[in-house]
Design a protein around this ligand. Sequence first.
Ligand SMILES: NC(=O)c1ccc[n+]([C@@H]2O[C@H](COP(=O)([O-])OP(=O)(O)OC[C@H]3O[C@@H](n4cnc5c(N)ncnc54)[C@H](O)[C@@H]3O)[C@@H](O)[C@H]2O)c1
Length: 456
Amino acid sequence: MRICVVGAGYVGLVTAAVIAGLGHQVSVVENHPAKLAVLRRGETPIYEEGLPSLVKDNFRDGRLTFTDDIGAAAEKAEAVFIAVGTPSQADGSPDMASFYAVRDALCQLPYRSNAGRRLAVVKSTVPIGTGDALHHFFQKNAASRSWQVISNPEFLRQGTALYDTYNADRIIIGTEEEDAAHLLMKIYAPLGRPVLLVDRRSAEMIKYAANTFLAAKISFINEIACLCEQVGADIGAVARGMGMDARIGHAFLRAGIGFGGSCFPKDLHALLSTGQEAQLQLPMITAVAAVNHNQNLLLPRFLSELYGDLQGVRVCLWGLTYKPGTDDTRDAPALAVLAELTGRGAQVTAYDPQVKACWLVKQQFPAVAIAHDSYEAAARSEAIILLTEWPEFAHLNWNRLRHQVKRPLVLDGRNCLDGSVVEAAGFSYAGIGQKRYSLKRLQARTGSAEMGVALS
Ligand SMILES: NC(=O)c1ccc[n+]([C@@H]2O[C@H](COP(=O)([O-])OP(=O)(O)OC[C@H]3O[C@@H](n4cnc5c(N)ncnc54)[C@H](O)[C@@H]3O)[C@@H](O)[C@H]2O)c1
């Protein structure tokens, strides 16, 4: 089949490469000139495990092509996958400008009389009712009446996007038009994944509800972690014990500094904005966002309390991406942490294994120094805060680090370090909700002679 994918981001490029790998002819439309230039060399402008080789192979074999001409690419296609961004606006609602630009371009294509129907597959996360509105928009116009609209939300996770696409728990197909559903099922059939057929609005709601539920699990475990600190329980043990209950499961029960990224915060706020439009209070979802906001700022605020004042204090940040395995810093907790620390006058040096993440952050926070590795970032620091659980942080030479820092303090925002190893090297260490290494314990020790010596 001839397929067109509009938007070569994390969703679009992965979708395009996987579908091309299934043997289809895929034309990808990308309107960002720099990204397009990279793609046209058969290279990948985003970091995603396994993606460069899949793109390269299909590009070389001529199954994957790149263009900025949506008209030409969509005209020849049997199905057009829309995967453009829908970022948050100031009021929390998604910015649909890119989506509408695509809609308007598709609308211009000539009517297909005997060449068959055209399929518009909406993969972007869009407000509930968008698919129906697109359907009516196409129906109003004689030329675009051949379009059929399917809502086909995407559930891949950055960092494991290819794995998630090949092993999707489910493929949601939202349409009431049977022939359209069958065409899309035919495209996905080789993946052999379970398909759920629903109406367009329910498909759109499934995406928002699923992301909000996962975000709620994170905020829930973080709230319990804060309570663990106060009552002397250990969040690791608690999460393990909870997760063993098959009704709960282990996923998304890792306490830390909260979620970020291009999806959870955006989708949460989009759903709240939908609630507002429907004049419905959504107290639970409001709480999920509020808990996460506080959690993002927990460590810089703790540090500020610990030291009394952060003016001129040298702080080292390890990890800037919102999670490991990606170069994405959109809405990363690191941004909130940086705003808080620099707002309090701290001098921040940051390191992330992804160079692109470093320069993205540097653009937003020019005063922040960027280091080439963990050791350089930690040099002469008065506190190290770990924000992203990149595997390399678990294999550092703590004795070497102890000689480089000015004050030996480590705050582990992802509970991914071994506190006993870090403390054995002479550091003071605390994680989130850890019984042995709680923030409360660290705070209690600051007044003591032991801590005064340790931190000097
Ligand atoms: N990133 C994820 O993990 C993820 C997961 C599930 C769903 N989603 C949803 O999928 C959508 C895309 O997300 P993403 O992370 O891939 O976004 P992205 O910003 O990485 O990619 C979007 C791409 O579309 C391009 N684009 C914008 N307007 C265009 C136009 N008119 N013509 C051609 N190209 C255009 C942009 O230049 C960009 O490269 C969003 O709605 C998002 O919420 C994302």
